[in-house]
Write a protein that binds this ligand. Structure first.
Ligand code: HEM
Length: 198
């Protein structure tokens, strides 16, 4: 396989036969969560600039409902991932690039938990209830405390920025692999392109 990779001109079409895919479940979880997380980030940044009022209140409810769903999906995804290792990267990816890729992916996992958890704790400290999907009540993560609420708001905003930066880097790298390196990395996660088995 290595010899084939060495002979392959990266400007040609990616070598479909060389590409190993994520499982269908991993792909579904990735893309559903990608859409929800990007939506949450856009909504969160928009919300933070809004004055208090009915529009802000409604959008906060939507943001919280989606955020708790993302947290639930992150738990399912992490459990799934621990039982189903990622497919091996192609030999054209250097050892250093592989380490960087794994570091970014695990940073994304950590942020996918840290962001909704910090939002949940922030709401609790500010005295607001949190419900899964806006329907199933969840316990408070912190006692009501104004100072703690303010600190957790800053933490939630900071993690939001960190998540946005890492996601932008992640998407930029995925697009570079696809359009510049043409090494089939994006296709490993592409919904209808080849199938890994669950
Ligand atoms: C919206 C555009 C996005 C694109 C084009 C994209 C693309 C990809 C690709 C191609 C992979 C597989 C990399 C490989 O082959 O090893 C991947 C993995 C991953 N992506 Fe994304 N992604 C996007 C958004 C996101 C978002 C918003 C998140 C979450 C914050 C995310 C989290 C992850 C994680 C955690 C993995 C690693 C999966 C694992 O190994 O279990 N991605 N992404």
């Amino acid at each position: 396989m290595k010899a084939d990779m060495a002979d392959h001109d990266p400007r040609e079409e990616p070598m479909a036969t060389e590409i190993q895919h994520y499982t269908p479940t991993a792909k579904w979880l990735h893309w559903i969560m990608a859409v929800l997380i990007v939506l949450l980030l856009v909504l969160g940044f928009y919300l933070s600039g809004l004055p208090r009022g009915p529009e802000k209140t409604t959008l906060i409810q939507v943001h919280k409902a989606i955020g708790t769903i993302v947290l639930a999906l992150a738990i399912v995804r992490l459990v799934w991932r621990l039982k189903h290792p990622a497919p091996l990267l192609p030999a054209s990816i250097t050892a250093l690039q592989q380490k960087a890729t794994h570091a970014v992916h695990w940073a994304l996992y950590a942020l996918m938990f840290a962001q909704p958890l910090s939002g949940w704790a922030m709401s609790s400290a500010r005295g607001f209830p949190v419900a899964l999907g806006g329907i199933i009540p969840l316990p408070a993560l912190a006692m009501k405390n104004e100072a703690l609420g303010k600190t957790l708001t800053q933490v939630h905003e900071f993690i939001g920025w960190a998540l946005a930066v890492v996601v932008i880097g992640h998407v930029a790298m995925a697009l570079k692999h696809h359009f510049v390196d043409r090494d089939g990395i994006l296709l490993r996660m592409w919904p209808r392109y080849g199938t890994g088995t669950d």
